[in-house]
Design a binder for this molecule. Structure first.
Ligand SMILES: N[C@@H](CCC[C@H](N)C(=O)O)C(=O)O
Length: 275
């Protein structure tokens, strides 16, 4: 069976998008996603995205990391899919419903409410997710936020000076995180401006992570380092995150992310070559 795909990216975080909303496809498996994401095969990406019909929203977006794990949220892919869809839509994801709206090469996404409880991250045992008494090498006392997927955020003097390639995998796979974790390292770059690098669960270092930007902005607002809106500068470019932290810092509303995404090329492949 020959299957068409669209290669897209958001700030250099790249996706193979398969559209099964009208013509159905065989079910995507972790092994198939891993094969499609493998850059040695000539396609390759950080995440494989499958669009399917939904009973509760305009369509459903399934997200597979390059290691084949299926996960709940992907901020950059949400903007890419908004641009591919071409109009405002409600999208069902495993991490909850989101609302996407394309705007001239950019897209705005309502990512839903952040969660801060240790069970919601999830962590293996109870602790204050606003000041976690744990550390790995030079990285200590992170905050944890679930924005449809789990994140820890470390605030450091200089995010670019941290050897995230060496530390990322150990933190991602630490038993403290029963579903593994996305690892964010951020530093203050100016008033309401943060620099961010991300080690993604199931994908490693990427040029940008939209949910990482959301989690980091929310953590920084909770910590009263910045106020909304916050510009997050990633290696691949900038995102703007808005969130009303409310008086308690526990959040009065959904996270809104705005930033660019674009189509790179279209192609097709033989399903059985990757299955
Ligand atoms: N690149 C994404 C996040 C993809 C999923 C993440 N690696 C996870 O395992 O939760 C983004 O832009 O948010």
């Amino acid at each position: 069976m020959r299957v068409s795909f669209t290669k897209m990216h958001g700030l250099g975080n790249d996706f193979v998008v398969l559209d099964a909303r009208e013509a159905s496809l065989p079910d995507m498996t972790g092994a198939m996603a891993r094969a499609l994401a493998d850059r040695r095969t000539g396609i390759g990406c950080d995440q494989v995205i499958v669009l399917e019909p939904s009973e509760s929203a305009d369509f459903r977006m399934r997200i597979f990391n390059s290691d084949g794990s299926e996960v709940g949220a992907c901020g950059n892919a949400s903007r890419a899919v908004a641009i591919l869809h071409g109009e405002a839509a409600r999208v069902e994801t495993a991490g909850g419903a989101i609302a996407v709206e394309p705007r001239d090469g950019c897209a705005a996404v309502d990512m839903g409410l952040p969660r801060f409880g240790w069970e919601a991250i999830p962590l293996a045992y109870a602790m204050d997710t606003g000041a976690m008494p744990v550390g790995w090498g030079e990285l200590e006392n992170p905050m944890a936020v679930n924005v449809g997927n789990p994140h820890v955020v470390f605030f450091v003097e200089d995010a670019n000076a941290v050897d995230l390639a060496a530390l990322g995998s150990g933190i991602e796979n630490d038993p403290l995180f029963p579903e593994r974790i996305n690892v964010n390292v951020a530093s203050l770059a100016g008033p309401d401006h943060l620099a961010l690098r991300v080690w993604e669960r199931g994908a490693g270092l990427t040029r940008a992570c939209g949910t990482g930007a959301c989690a980091t902005a929310v953590a920084a607002i909770r910590k009263r380092l910045v106020t909304s809106p916050v510009t997050i500068s990633l290696p691949g470019g900038d995102l703007v995150i808005e969130w009303d932290g409310g008086g308690s810092g526990d959040g009065a509303g959904p996270i809104r992310m705005t930033g660019p995404a674009s189509e790179a090329f279209r192609g097709s492949f033989e399903w059985d070559d990757f299955a």
